[in-house]
Design a binder for this molecule. Sequence first.
Ligand SMILES: [Zn+2]
Length: 112
Amino acid sequence: MLLELLIWGFWFALTVYCFWYFFLAKTFQPLTMDDIALMWRLHKQQTGCAASRVPSLLERNGEVIGFRCECGYEFQQKRLITQRVSKARFSRGYAKTVRSLKSCAGKLEEKR
Ligand SMILES: [Zn+2]
């Protein structure tokens, strides 16, 4: 009887752990300086933030994972642990977005 209870308890714990790992566990995504600059520019555009100084960087284990703006805004890139698998596809699409955003910003600056 006791053994049965232990086995059920073990399976229950394992199921909960698996669920947590696949759906809830998150880790920080390291960012490049380009990403930081882009996210900061986006933040200033979206919120009308007037900070003139470069935001202070948030670091973890020697990697930049976000920034803190003068206005108190904090940005941290997080992703699910299990999203690592599709990272290549994601970053390629993301790089394209960054590039098109940059050329868009460049055109805007030319017009001024
Ligand atoms: Zn700000």
